[in-house]
Design a binder for this molecule. Structure first.
Ligand code: S3P
Length: 166
């Protein structure tokens, strides 16, 4: 196993669990959104407003491709990353994609007041539709699905167990 790639909807805990898991497994931690912001030289809301979502998705794709040059990293992706086929396909067969499954109301409670462009630009009903469409794609992209609604340490442990049982 090379990299562990966490996916799931905004607010499912990818960053919290990713950081924790990287400490437990003594692996490097990579935040894909932070990588994109560094490349663009501006925060994600500004990329969306000045350059558009398509430009953001291209940067995101480049960031996913760059994981091919990394080993032993725990990676938190943005909520959209693994829902695009070109990104899911770009993941190395040696990497393990893990889906943090958390229901929509829980995710929404956590993100509703955030500056995330998708949250600011869409009403709750639309976000819920996006959530449903994406969930099928996370399930498809991931080798492992864990209940992400547990406390972060338990989620990290569930991921560790699932990885060692494979
Ligand atoms: C996005 C999720 C965000 C970020 C961008 C787009 C999405 O990441 O990549 O705002 O399409 O769901 P988080 O899932 O970490 O909030």
């Amino acid at each position: 196993m090379q990299n562990i790639i966490l996916c799931g909807f905004m607010g499912c805990g990818k960053t919290t669990v990713g950081k924790l898991l990287s400490q437990v497994l003594e692996m490097e931690y990579i935040d894909l959104d932070a990588m994109i912001e560094e490349t663009a030289g501006k925060p994600i809301p500004q990329i969306f407003s000045e350059d558009g979502e398509e430009a953001f998705r291209d940067l995101e794709h480049e960031a996913v491709l760059s994981l091919g040059r990394r080993i032993r990293c725990v990676v938190s992706t943005g909520g959209g990353a693994m829902t695009y086929e070109r990104n899911a396909r770009a993941v190395s067969p040696d990497d393990r994609v893990v889906f943090l499954d958390v229901n929509f109301p829980t995710c929404y409670q956590r993100i509703r007041y955030s500056a995330r462009p998708l949250v600011r630009n869409n009403p709750q009903k639309t976000l819920e539709k996006i959530f449903q469409q994406r969930r099928a794609k996370y399930l498809q992209a991931a080798a492992i699905t864990v209940d992400g609604s547990l406390p972060p340490l338990e989620v990290a442990q569930a991921i560790q167990n699932a990885l060692s049982n494979r």
